[in-house]
Design a protein. Structure first.
Lengths: 564, 448
């Protein structure tokens, strides 16, 4: 056990702290200060008292809590079986699930909403067909239950990715020990495997909870306004930036989110999830019996179909001439793709550049924070974690305005403003998506036993060498998950982008979708851009998955025939 | 769609050839090489104008920054040191906010040939800080397939929307979220009077399927057929129809024409090019672009209508259009924020309670039609009275002491209470009253 901090730890902590301070805390603080300001400019808590006296806000608070909890339950029902299939069985189509399993996260703004309505809405494909055939409709997209439905489909990949990464790090010897003690299939899964994979599950589940709790896109899409995040957003964008209540709600969102993360950490406290042997390289993948295989397909195919239905919707929309009050479009055309590729090819390269960089920044900072929290005794290290996580609860609009307020007068070499340059856009995307990478990195590091690092250090390796040669390679799967989540979700970020992007030539895809989706005629081209966004993310995810698999097989024993 | 694109190109070529040449050559010498526009208009609207302008002024490149109105205003506020050159958007209130913040310049613009007032409304800002380049009216848009499938009559007037057959078929965006809807609501209140206006609004609200949080959400949902009828600004309906969607748009008698505006921002780094762009929009060439099928807005120059399609609405020849209501912008301004908040408390956030109560009333009335009785009629009348009342009087709504509470951003005005206190009061009122009305109506259903 180390008791004092080494210089490298201090430097790393200071660098991360400086980054968070400069691009999250100071800008947001400059906007949030209104929440604590009385009419004469002095400090007051009266706005918080008002919050708790307003029945609508209290109701919204409970609604948000309910929706977030139920979404975790339903997301788990989708994600846990998929993850077990992926990690434990030799299942054809693993790469397919891993890739397609990320896509629900990539819901392009507006296009996703329109497609969702066209598929699941009150007069969407599903309901129109049900009406035609059976004379009834399902209220899939109505009220709080509609929000739970959409959120579960949307965010279950957080659990899937983190749990899969975690499962594949459970050492096979643990499982073998269980087997030797007489445990069989399901018992083995329940008593040995799943408990050991708990860090990954909790990382994913807490992300789902916090993300749903703080999300405003879906409630707004369904026009559900009596939830907390939409209330904050509606206040800020309609009553005005000077309105204290919007920021009071945001502060409360931050507090609840951090508390939820704290709770997840508390559940893990006092247990050790790391295993020492790394030669095993994860669970042995077993052959599926014929019946098992059929069972798996019977689960995987409908689930994939359900979660990807909005994406089929977007695809149809991008190929449709007119699609109105009918199960399928009137006719099909490729013209929208022509329009998009001709008018705005730069959107695609910009997205790759900004979101790729943002994902890398997130992985580096995420690993650093995770390492500081789990491996050092540095005072205040938990604060770094909390500060980074709070980005989840800060509305993009607020962060965007804070950045403008803080950095607009900082000029770049060519006289342009730093705040509206693509560099700042990349940083802001990184800040907004850092929580995803951080949770994934933490879960991955929790499973690496400290003795492996100590062994390296005993052999004379320095801290940096240990990190580079031992820790990071052992975490490869988790890091890939971290990068993919950050990258994929950054590719469809809109709210901060809308404030900061100034020129078409510098703008990412989501901005392009926004400008198309403001008019009836732009619906097709907007959807075409949406399809391109989804494809770009799918390709990158597939590549990351291949990378992680290669890392995995490199350190896997011969139990896996694919390993060299 | 293909036809639209071709005709646009033809239109532009015609506009450019129309003999702007001598002036533009003179003006060009002083124009900066670029001009930056912040706009809430979609690409479909901006692109034809930008192309036509660049053709007329080959030395100047136009940079368009698309933002929604809120983000645009926030951006201009935060970038005082080096702002964009032009703000180009519909909502007049956004321009009022910018003007109040001393963020709009006063360029010299030649507006000769454009009437001072259209449909009773001033076309340009009286202080010359922003200019109307097109006008828009509010009305009802409906999906023809949807109407036919659900066997609904096509609505023509606001009052038609009260009909119980439209239960769960109508959509609107919240006035707090959409400057255009705010003006629709304000127009109805001014045209019908405060209390009767609210009675109408609350009864129509009984038929709402949704209150959307952005203006384009409504035409989007009508285009897709999520619900059949939307209360929208005209160009949403007209341009959707022009793009091939099965929709129609009608102007009710009580409507007002409101200009869509452009203004030069104070401290703009390309003032000459900015001024040239405004001038171009107001010129006959610029006005002609408004008739492009993807744009479809009413021009402010009477002569432009000569080239318009057959059934295109013309405020200069149709005396009905916008003339019924004399829009009083002072009254509108005095209760702007209060009206938004009141609508949200009574309708947006309590839509479920409100529609449930109206459903019960409609069911009770249907029961009474079958089996009339005095007790039932008395109960329904009582329920209706509760559902059509508004907890704020017209005087209170414009009272600076009360309305001032809703202006956190304007500290100079005195406030009688805090916004949060009023809102809580209204929210309690809405929940209690709508609940009571529902119970009354349910008793009326059982009365005999």
């Amino acid at each position: 056990m180390r008791t004092e901090a080494s210089p490298i730890q201090v430097v790393a902590a200071l660098l991360v702290a400086a980054f968070l301070l400069a691009f999250l805390i100071v800008p947001v603080g400059r906007v949030f200060v209104v929440a604590f300001q009385a009419g004469d400019g002095g400090f007051t808590l009266v706005h918080f008292a008002d919050f708790f006296r307003t029945s609508l806000f209290i109701e919204s608070f409970w609604n948000s809590l309910y929706v977030a909890s139920m979404s975790v339950v339903f997301a788990s029902l989708i994600a846990v079986p998929l993850a077990v299939i992926l990690a434990r069985y030799r299942f054809p189509g693993t790469a397919l699930i891993t890739t397609l399993g990320v896509l629900p996260l990539v819901m392009p703004p507006f296009v996703g909403a329109v497609a969702m309505q066209l598929v699941f809405g009150r007069n969407g494909t599903v309901n129109l067909l049900l009406m035609d055939w059976f004379g009834f409709r399902l209220e899939l997209m109505e009220g709080l239950n509609g929000v739970i439905f959409v959120q579960s489909l949307h965010y279950f990949p957080f659990i899937l990715m983190n749990l899969t990464a975690s499962l594949s790090n459970v050492d096979i010897s643990m499982e073998e020990a269980g087997q030797n003690l007489g445990a069989k299939n399901f018992t083995l899964l329940r008593r040995i495997v799943l408990p050991l994979a708990l860090p990954g599950y909790l990382a994913g589940a807490s992300l789902v909870f916090v993300k749903v709790f703080d999300d405003l896109a879906t409630p707004l899409l369904l026009n559900v306004t009596n939830m907390l995040a939409p209330q904050a957003y509606l206040r800020v964008t309609s009553v005005g930036l000077g309105d204290p209540m919007g920021y009071v709600i945001s502060v409360i969102l931050v507090v609840v989110s951090v508390a939820a993360m704290g709770l997840a950490a508390l559940l893990l406290r006092g247990r050790d999830y790391a295993t020492q042997q790394r030669g095993g390289g994860g669970l042995g993948r077993r052959e599926l019996t014929r019946r098992g295989l059929i069972l798996c397909w019977c689960f995987v195919v409908p689930v994939l179909f359900l979660v990807l239905a909005p994406h089929f919707g977007i695809l149809l929309l991008s190929l449709a001439t007119i699609w109105s009050f009918s199960p399928l479009p009137d006719a099909f055309t490729l013209q929208h793709y022509g329009t998009v590729l001709q008018e705005t090819p730069q959107f695609i390269t910009n997205t790759l550049l900004y979101c790729g960089l943002a994902g890398l920044i997130d992985v580096v900072i995420g690993v650093t924070i995770a390492w500081l929290v789990l491996r050092t005794k540095l005072p205040g290290r938990k604060l770094l974690d909390m500060a980074a996580m709070s980005a989840l609860a800060v509305p993009g609009l607020v962060l965007g305005i804070g950045i403008l307020r803080t950095y607009f007068d900082v000029k770049l070499w060519d006289g342009a403003s730093l705040a509206t340059s693509w560099i700042m856009l990349t940083i802001v995307l990184a800040v907004r998506r850092l929580p995803y990478a951080l949770r994934a990195s933490t879960a991955a590091l929790q499973q690496v036993h400290r003795s492996l690092e100590e062994a390296a250090e005993n052999m004379g390796a320095g801290k940096v060498t240990t990190l580079r040669r031992i820790v990071v390679p052992l975490m490869a799967g988790g890091l890939a998950a971290a990068f993919v989540t950050s990258f994929a979700t950054a590719a469809v970020e809109l709210s901060a982008t809308l404030v900061l992007a100034t020129r078409d030539v510098d703008a990412p895809l989501s901005y392009g979708i926004y400008i198309y989706m403001q008019s009836a005629a732009g619906r097709g081209p907007g959807a075409a851009l949406g399809v391109i966004a989804v494809l770009v993310v799918a390709i990158c995810t597939f590549a990351a998955h291949r990378f992680a698999e290669r890392e995995r097989s490199r350190r896997t024993r011969s139990s896996d025939p694919r390993a060299e | 769609m293909h036809i639209a694109a071709t005709s646009r190109r033809g239109l532009l070529a015609g506009g450019a050839a129309l003999g702007l040449a001598p002036q533009s050559v003179r003006a060009q010498a002083a124009l900066e090489p670029r001009v930056v526009i912040v706009t809430s208009f979609s690409r479909d609207v901006t692109t034809p104008f930008v192309q036509a302008f660049e053709r007329a002024h080959p030395g100047t490149r136009v940079e368009v920054q698309n933002r929604n109105t809120t983000a645009a205003v926030a951006f201009i506020r935060e970038t005082r040191s080096a702002p964009p050159d032009l703000m180009w958007a519909s909502a007049p209130d956004a321009f009022e906010v910018l003007k109040a913040g001393n963020l709009l310049a006063r360029p010299q613009i030649d507006t000769s040939g454009i009437p001072e007032r259209i449909g009773g409304q001033p076309t340009h800002d009286a202080d010359g800080r922003y200019f109307g380049f097109a006008v828009s009216g509010y009305g009802i848009m409906y999906n023809t397939r949807y109407i036919r499938a659900n066997r609904l009559p096509a609505p023509r007037e606001w009052a038609d929307l009260k009909n119980p057959v439209y239960q769960n078929h109508i959509g609107i965006s919240a006035p707090s979220r959409s400057g255009t809807t705010h003006l629709t609501i304000e127009t109805i209140l001014q045209g019908e009077g405060w209390a009767p206006g609210w009675a109408l609004l609350l009864e129509i609200a009984g038929n709402y399927a949704q209150v959307s949080d952005r203006s384009f959400g409504v035409p989007d949902a009508v285009n897709s057929g999520q619900y059949g009828i939307g209360i929208v600004i005209d160009f949403f309906g007209l341009s959707a129809k022009a793009s091939g969607f099965p929709v129609e748009f009608v102007y009710p008698t009580v409507t007002t024409l409101v200009p869509a505006n452009i203004g030069v921002i104070e401290g703009a780094s390309n003032p000459n090019a900015a001024r040239a762009f405004v001038q171009f929009l107001l010129s006959p060439e610029g006005q002609a672009v408004l008739l492009n099928p993807r744009v479809m807005r009413l021009p402010v120059r009477p002569e432009t209508y000569a080239n318009a399609p057959a059934d295109f609405p013309n405020p200069f020849t149709n005396p009905n259009l916008g003339a019924r209501v004399r829009f009083d912008s002072a009254v509108s301004e005095s209760r702007y924020e209060l009206l938004n908040s009141l609508f949200d408390r009574l309708i947006t956030f309590r839509l479920r309670e409100l529609t449930d109560a109206w459903k019960a009333v409609h069911a009770a009335e249907a029961a009474l039609a079958r089996r009339d009785n005095a007790e039932g009629r008395r109960l329904v009348a009582e329920a209706r009275a509760k559902l059509t009342a508004v907890p704020v009087t017209e005087q209170q709504a414009s009272d600076p002491a009360i309305a001032g509470a809703f202006r956190a951003t304007r500290p100079d005005r005195p406030a009688a209470g805090r916004q949060a206190e009023y809102e809580e009061q209204w929210d309690r009122y809405a929940v209690a009253t709508f609940g009571e009305a529902r119970q009354l109506a349910e008793r009326a259903q059982r009365a005999r």
